[in-house]
Each structure stands twice: as structure tokens, then as C-alpha cells.
Design a protein around this ligand. Sequence first.
Ligand code: FAD
Ligand code: MLT
Ligand code: ZN
Length: 475
Amino acid sequence: MPDDQPLPSPLLDRLAALLGPRGILTEAADLEPHLADWRALYRGKTPCVLRPASTQELAEAVKLCAAAGAPLVPQGGNTSMVGGGVPDEGGRQIVVSMARMNRVRDIDPLDMTMTAEAGVVLKAAQDAAAEAGCLFPLSLGAEGTATIGGVLSTNAGGNTTVRYGNARELMLGLEVVLPDGQVWNGLRRLRKDNTGYALRHLFVGAEGTLGFITAAVLRLFPRARESEVALCIVRDEAAALALFRRVRDRDETAVRAFEYMSGTGVELYRTQIEGGTVPLTGGEHYVLVDLASSRPDAGLRALMEAVLEEALEAGEVLDATIAESEAQRAALWRIREEHPEAQKREGASVKNDVSVPVSRTPELIRRSSAALKAMIPGSRPVPFGHLGDGNIHMNLQQPPGMQAADFLARSHDIMDTVNEIVRELGGSFSAEHGIGRLKTDMMESWRGGAELDVMRRVKAAIDPRGIMNPGKVLP
Ligand code: FAD
Ligand code: MLT
Ligand code: ZN
């Protein structure tokens, strides 16, 4: 069916009959939360939001939509940073919310696995693992809203990638509803399974363009019995990296997270977030070091103190504080995790979710900050993020006094400026947020040729009608 044709109303009637009153939303007020992304970059339209309660219901709904050529947009917690989970402005794309598929089906502390449905909120998955005496280690600022389906579909990274890897590394098996409505049950909980193409990995990071992830087998780990968190002011970006090396060299297995923050970002937290107190102020560069071990006698306190003492003597660390309680550890983490919210409250910002080899992070931060300041006088670079993975959020805050719309009109120039530096440093223009709708225009220049060609062929083979999340990922 041509893209500009309205969806046939018999389709909506059949979907309503299939899913029941709780399974389909059509009132404008109910559609509202599903139309715009977290950053309010895009605002689309949809004839309805489907809310299937089970894999089978979703499969039947997909069959109906496929037969009618109706485009589908999977949506989890709608926290995408790249407009991945919202419909376009055409009014034909049907949003499919996974919110009602939110059961943890099984936890096995011996296999160290959890089988969770796509709509399980990340925090709920962490809590369920903790109740079973285990750890599900994926952790990010949006964990109270983001879902298992969403984090897998974006291959989210977050704060603990340095130790546990991205979402992909935490997944053993998947259940998927394919674009023709077939259900693929790949919910295997095996550590070894070399049986042809590893299909499950195709759907991780596909951002809903190849099908619906409906459930996943996730890897669990032993829970932490000891942890230490320190906030440090470091001399400069190079000193931040030197500190990372010092900690890692002493005990690589102890590092759970190693996060960088600029003085500008910490100040935004202090001024924009309610109760935003910071124990060390006045620094230009901050680092949050998080050590954890499943051993109760790991000696992390001694390790942290020894490393900080060395780094203080070397002039790399200028000041540091180690949290004394769980509450203090959470308070230090809040400074880092509230950075996106603080940036949002301060006004318009452009995000550059980029990665470079870890060794090049100081150069990335220095060069990009200088280039951005020169490009838009008065603008404020707010670099922060996962230094231990080489993934820095090289974000830029609008100049005070400039209209948000004028600033945002320069978004793509701003991203290009950072990306040029990233390319020279051998990095990637999208480290963990994905492509969504925001970055499709960059795919040709970064992934063009054989790579994009194969991606297109995979898409055509799995979704020949092109109904899954059109306009996302592939240009
Ligand atoms: P959505 O936003 O709903 O969807 C994301 C994409 O996945 C869309 O393309 C959607 O169509 C698709 N999708 C969703 N569910 C399914 C499904 N079941 N099957 C198929 N496709 C599906 N990301 C990081 O990697 N690291 C961070 O540290 C991080 N921090 C964040 C902090 C904040 C405050 C916010 C708002 C976002 C952050 N993000 C981060 C970005 C975001 O990618 C993650 O929050 C998360 O991965 C998205 O999950 P979601 O359920 O909200 O997915
Ligand atoms: C985070 O790590 O907090 C987000 O991924 C970064 C961002 O908001 O730019
Ligand atoms: Zn991040």
C-alpha cells in the first residue's frame, strides 16, 4: 500500500477485536505519551497504539498488519536518544508498546540466567536478579523507564560496560516475532551453541527494524559483596586516563565503572537538580571510580586508597573523596546519572554520543571542546561519560541568551564538527545510543559500500515488505 494512503479501517477493527479494549489505544490523550521522544526532537502521529499482552497476541497482530502493509514502530520505555521509538509525521505508522509484556518468566541462580519479557523495566530486572541473590549488571540513567526489549534493540552500554560489556554480551537467547508474524523461539540458555548463523545477534542493535524482541535470556552474575566509590578532581583529561590505567593495572577485575565528568556538567547538576550537592567543587575535570567485588574480603578500600594516594602524589588527582556508606555511594553516582536531566533543564543541547580508542579520549575531549567553542561562541561543551570504554558524550549546551531553535538549527553542523575529529581518531559516530532517525544521514559516509549493502540485503530478506520501523537506521 502506498505510504500516503490512510490505513484501512477494517484493519483497526480487527486489531481491536484481537487485542481487546486494554490492548489498543485510540484516544488522543492516550496516544500522547507515545508520540514524542525523550529529547522532544521529533513528534509524530499514529492511528493507534497496540499493547499486546503476550507473544501470541503480538504475532497475530503483526500478521494482520503485514497483510495490510501497515508499518509498525516498536516502543519500550521511549527513552531513545535518537528518536528510534516514535512514529513519523505521516500518521500511518502504528506504535506497538511492549509495556504489558512485563513478566520475568524465570530466574535460575545455578545457570545464572533470567528469562524476561521485552517490557520488563531494566530496574525491575535488576531488582528481580537481586532478590534471587544475583546481579544483572546493565546500568544506565534511564533504568527506571528503559525496558529489556529497548536496551537489547539498541545494544545499550551504560556505566558498567567496562566490566560486563554491552547489552549484547549479556544476552544468551531471544524470542522474536518476525515481520511476517512467525514466532522464532531462540530462548536457549546455553553458553556454547555453534549451530549456524547466530541469528540472535542480528536483532540486538537492530533498533526494531527486523522484528520484535518479545523475551530474552539474560546472563546474571554473582552480586557484589564489597564496593567502593570515589569522586575525584583530576588535573586534566590526560590525568583522568592515567588514573584509569593505575586502577586497572592494580586489579582489572575490580573496576565496575570509570566515568568522566567536566566541571561544566557537575555545575549543571549542582544548579539544575533538586538537592544537587557536590562534595568537591571548583574542579574542571572529575572522575567517578566504582570498584566492586563478589568477594567479601576483596580489600577494595585499601586498593582505592593506595591508587588515589599514588595519583595525588603524581599530581594527577587534585582532590578526592571516598563514599563511607551506601547512601553516599548513591549520592556520588547521582551526580553522574543526572547529567542528561541537568542538561535538559538548562536548555537546548546537542548530543554527540561518540567513541574512540580509550587511549585517544583526552585528545577527543580537548580538540572537540576547542572546535565547538570556536564554532559557536558562548556555547558550553559538556563532555562526560564512559571513559573506561572510550565512549564520551561530547555534548554541547546552547549559549545563554541564544534562542534554542537557532542553536538546534546548527545540530548537524555541530555533530559533523565532532565527527570529523572522531574519524581522525579512529572512532565511531554512534557509540551506544544507535542511529534511530537522528543519524540515518550519517550511515552512507560512515558505513557505505559493502557494509551498508549487506545491511540492506539483510533488511530486505527479513522484512521484505519494509514494515518494521521504517525511516530508522538505514538511509
Ligand atoms: P525505546 O526508546 O522505546 O526504543 C529504542 C529502540 O528500540 C527503538 O528503535 C525501538 O523501536 C526499539 N525497540 C524497543 N523495544 C523493542 C522491542 N521489544 N523489539 C524490537 N525493537 C524494540 N543508552 C545507553 O546505551 N547508555 C546510557 O548510559 C544511556 N543513558 C540514558 C540516560 C537517559 C536519561 C536516557 C533518557 C536515555 C539513555 N540511554 C542510554 C538511551 C537509551 O538507548 C536507553 O535508555 C535504552 O536502551 C532504551 O530503552 P527503551 O526501552 O526506552 O527503548
Ligand atoms: C548517559 O550516559 O548518561 C547518556 O547516555 C548520555 C547522554 O545523555 O548524552
Ligand atoms: Zn551514556
